[in-house]
Design a protein around this ligand. Structure first.
Ligand code: ZN
Length: 460
């Protein structure tokens, strides 16, 4: 039976929470359930062990599958994740999060439950679209499935595992990311970019152990004092990052790119309200979206080693680590930015003439992703979405980071596209997560037509 609603409900009942090792059995059940479904469609399925090991826990495996092997057809890789965020009724859910419930809200039917939007709805829509094509007896393209089980925990082991097994999947001509949502409730959405990341630690070591401020205050050079002076100089009064060379490689805004922002309906007040924000750095909605999506930023997150409990404690910390991250955009190289940052912080520290010791650590880097909206994958998707929904789709980016997308593009030498399934208002990661039935069924239809359309296109 080709019914994405019924399939989604079955998936939601399996609490595949990757953050909770005691749910490993449920995750395993979920991946085997998907495997069985794919095998019924005639796919060859390989559940491969996660390459990441730390001796303590077993990370969820990755499902790889092949369906169709016609060398004259395009081969599409479909990416989703079968794990979900944690959820408990006590968190404030109206109903049991792993007991799917269909409910009407203002005349629209929704399915509630953890994973309905992120990312089991997209999996159900995809599997049903492929199933319909199999039943109709013709595969317009060859399919490759890449379903990971650690996305909600930072995609543990994704790169190592896929690098080890990707050859089994063969040549890939296009990558479909099915793990995003519509930006607004009234128009289908495509995503074409995410920012990259460089996460840095600024470590300053003074005395060998913490010192009572009654003893050390006024007589020793305090590491915290050095750190705060450095942190205060990373961004200027106009909110520009002061690291020399930081903006050198940022891609200039072209008129074509600028025009993409004309079609986006975005309400600043609503945005503030739904995110609990009381002030923004700009009142211009387009500028705000650009600053979030296509311009880089720097944030200070915290200071390790500093006293942060309630009340007063008269201590001078011996060692402090300032945590700073930068969200990066085309064409900034995260490793190069990490080096520029390190050089700059070392210079600021030198200027302080402090006898303390400074070490700058690169804690993590991740690539940005930019999917060219004029690429044929986008051109065809826009046409089909427009036809099906009767509305021009919005093309959006995100200020967040999904480094596995540029990783797969490089690994396979193919372009990616992210097709939204649910809506941003569905509450992914939050209480009462849901998906509109219309979106689920629509995604199945749109994907099916998209696969058919791509049979006539030369992707590579
Ligand atoms: Zn997701």
């Amino acid at each position: 039976m080709v019914d994405p609603v019924a399939l989604l409900k079955e998936l939601v009942r399996m609490p595949s929470v990757s953050a909770d090792p005691s749910r490993a059995g449920d995750s395993q059940r979920t991946v085997e359930f998907i495997r069985d479904r794919l095998v019924q469609l005639g796919a060859e399925v390989n559940i491969v062990d996660n390459e990441k090991t730390d001796g303590v826990r077993r990370y969820n495996p990755m499902l790889l599958a092949r369906l169709g092997d016609d060398p004259d057809k395009n081969t599409l890789a479909l990416y989703s994740h079968y794990d979900v965020q944690p959820a408990l009724l006590e968190d404030g859910w109206d109903t049991e999060p792993f007991e799917p419930l269909e409910r009407d809200i203002n005349g629209e039917s929704y399915i509630y439950g953890r994973g309905t939007n992120d990312d089991k709805g997209p999996i159900a829509a995809t599997l049903c679209a492929v199933e319909e094509l199999v039943q109709e007896g013709s595969l317009p393209v060859n399919f490759r499935f890449i379903y990971e089980g650690e996305e909600e925990s930072g995609s543990n082991g994704f790169e190592e595992t896929l690098r080890k097994h990707h050859e089994w999947l063969g040549k890939i001509d296009g990558i479909l990311i099915l793990d995003t949502s519509w930006f607004t409730d009234d128009a289908p959405g495509l995503d074409y970019g995410f920012r990259g990341l460089a996460y840095m630690g600024i470590e300053i070591q003074g005395p060998v152990k913490d010192v009572h401020s009654g003893l050390g205050g006024g007589i020793i050079p305090e590491p915290m004092d050095d750190l705060v002076k450095i942190l205060s100089r990373l961004v200027d009064g106009h909110n520009r990052v002061t690291v020399p060379g930081f903006y050198d490689d940022v891609a200039p805004l072209t008129p074509e790119e600028k025009a993409l922002y004309d079609n986006i309906s975005f309400d600043l007040e609503q945005f503030k309200q739904s995110n609990g924000l009381n002030a923004l750095l700009t009142d211009d909605p387009k500028q705000l979206l650009m600053d979030n999506w296509r311009n880089p930023s720097l944030s200070i997150h915290g200071i390790e080693g500093a006293f942060s409990e309630k009340g007063g404690k008269t201590v001078i910390p011996a060692k402090v680590i300032g945590k700073v991250s930068m969200r990066l955009v085309p064409n900034q190289d995260p490793k190069k930015i990490a080096e520029l940052f390190t050089d700059y912080v070392e210079k600021l520290f030198k200027d302080l003439k402090s006898p303390n010791r400074l070490t700058v650590h690169t804690m993590a880097t991740g690539d940005w992703w930019y999917g060219d909206p004029s690429h044929v994958l986008y051109e065809k998707a826009r046409g089909i979405l427009r036809d099906y929904w009767g509305v021009e789709p919005t093309l959006t980016r995100s200020g967040g980071s999904i480094p596995i997308i540029p990783f797969m593009e490089k690994l396979f030498g193919a372009s990616a596209i992210a097709i939204g399934v649910g809506q941003n208002s569905d509450g992914a990661h939050s209480q009462n997560e849901r998906i509109r039935v219309k979106n689920l069924v629509g995604a199945k239809e749109v994907l099916k037509r998209y696969f058919q359309m791509l049979s006539a296109v030369k992707l590579s």
